[in-house]
Ligand binder design. Structure first.
Ligand code: DMJ
Length: 472
């Protein structure tokens, strides 16, 4: 019931207060707090990433004093001019997305000004690309850009395909259309590639010739590709469902996924999305793929053919089934926490993937619990979320924060000295929203979440407000 949810919400807020308090005490301004040794660590070039990623979580949890303190740090300390080479994708989704959402909720111009400064530095990743597909890294100091070496010098689908919500919002609010034009063009270019299945390999050569060339033949909804598919739907929602290209790409990709990649396990008939490498199925599924439950449900509830249409019903059924599988990925482990990826096997559903027994405090399963709970009202998702939260409390909590696990089967393991900013930005936020019947968040009519769980108002609402303030 809502009353039970509210009492659980209290405990999740307590977790945020605990971890935020220690971040401020031991690591204020650093990218991350080390949760075992109580030190700060700069893994993202020193941009206060945990602070920026946490702003809207503080706001939504009504932690007013903490939000004000973080705001003051942004005003007096945040300076991107000294930061060297960063990942364009990670900085866009965590930092730019975090600043924009803080602006959207609080209305404080300061956040938008900082976001504009950051956006101007990041957008230089497009400068010397002849194909219109940006480079994966850029120096915030001098604009030098290149692709990431470990990706074989290729551009990565999930990276260049996950900038649009943030830059389109920035363009609208600062009246600087170039931010939208450059990032939207990426989707037009990808649409021209037009694979029959609607599914895209994840590496591209982007620095030679006029058009990007696919550089492998690997299809996945996990690492390297995931949020490209997420943004097909969400960019369409952000624009108020007025730009059919994005919805068309999304629907085509979901048809392709159902046809080629969706599988069922034995003996429990668990739904999962396998990878497809050079036409051959690899029956593994990343924890990252667990966002697909929420995405498919959102796509079904906003389907132009209506929720009762066969396509929307297919997608909602798959959404529920995948989310159940993700819950199983948690509940079948000794700690009650999922591994990084699982391998599906004939006759015993799945086992932990080779080299993947760890848990990095990732959010995707609880993200889908929240979205499905919000849309369907089915109480089971709150129960699952509560179980996951209790397991995190039991096995990931340290003296100063929460740490990643090395092995989700080991109930005596000590959490690692590592806490990603998405634990505060996403995992705790989605758990809180799942248990918050009074939330101002409205994912059907008002907000779109970027891939780092930063909610932004959709464009029709912003334009409406613009018109009404213009009249005053
Ligand atoms: C986050 O940075 C984002 O959710 C991204 O889309 C995927 N990886 C992490 C969380 O797992």
């Amino acid at each position: 019931s809502d009353t039970v949810a509210r009492s659980r919400r209290y405990h999740i807020k307590k977790a945020m207060q605990f971890v935020w308090g220690n971040y401020v005490k031991y690591a204020l301004g650093y990218d991350e707090l080390l949760p075992q040794t109580a030190k700060g660590s700069n893994v993202w070039g020193g941009q206060g990433i945990t602070l920026i990623d946490s702003l809207d979580t503080l706001f939504l949890m009504d932690m007013k004093d903490e939000f004000r303190q973080a705001r003051d740090w942004v005003e007096s300390e945040l300076d991107h001019s000294h930061v060297g080479t960063v990942s364009v994708f990670e900085t866009t989704i965590r930092d730019l997305g975090g600043l924009l959402s803080a602006y959207d909720w609080s209305g404080e111009k300061l956040f938008l000004e900082k976001a504009l400064d950051l956006g101007e530095r990041l957008i230089r990743c497009f400068d010397n690309s002849p194909t219109g597909i940006p480079y994966g890294q850029v120096s915030l100091r001098d604009g030098q850009a290149q692709n990431i070496k470990w990706a074989g010098g290729n551009a990565i689908l999930a990276e260049f395909g996950t900038l649009q919500i943030e830059f389109r919002y920035l363009a609208l609010l600062t009246k600087r259309p170039e931010f939208a034009n450059k990032t939207e063009r990426v989707f037009q270019i990808m649409d021209e590639i037009a694979p029959a299945s609607g599914l895209y390999p994840y590496y591209y050569r982007n620095s030679l010739g006029d058009h990007p060339q696919p550089a492998n033949n690997k299809l996945t909804f996990g690492a390297m590709a995931d949020s490209f598919y997420e943004y097909m739907l969400k960019v369409w929602l952000q624009g108020g469902k007025t730009e059919p290209l994005y919805r068309k790409m999304y629907d085509k990709a979901m048809d392709g996924m159902h046809e080629k990649m969706l599988q069922r396990s034995t003996p429990s008939n668990l739904a999962f999305i396998a990878d497809l490498n050079n036409g051959r199925l690899d029956t593994k599924m990343d924890h990252l793929v667990c966002f697909m439950g929420g995405l498919l449900a959102l796509g079904a509830y906003t389907d132009p053919n209506g929720l009762d249409s066969p396509r929307a019903q297919r997608d909602l059924t798959t959404a529920r089934a995948l989310t159940y599988t993700c819950y199983q990925m948690y509940s079948r482990m000794n700690t009650g926490i999922s591994a990084e990826f699982v391998q599906f096997q004939a006759d015993h559903d799945f086992e932990i993937g080779r080299g993947a027994p760890h848990y990095l405090l990732r959010p995707e399963a609880v993200e889908s619990f929240f979205v499905l709970s919000y849309l369907t009202g089915d109480p089971i998702y709150r129960e699952w979320g509560w179980e996951v939260f209790q397991s995190i409390e039991k096995y990931c909590k340290t003296q100063y924060g929460y740490g990643s696990l090395s092995n989700v089967q080991n109930v005596d393991g000590r959490p690692r000295d590592k806490m990603e900013s998405f634990f505060l930005a996403e995992t705790l936020k989605y758990l809180y929203l799942l248990m918050d019947p009074d939330t101002p968040v409205d994912i059907l009519h008002k907000h779109v979440f970027n891939t780092e769980a930063h909610p932004l108002r959709i464009f029709p609402l912003i334009r409406e407000e613009d018109r009404s303030t213009a009249l005053q």
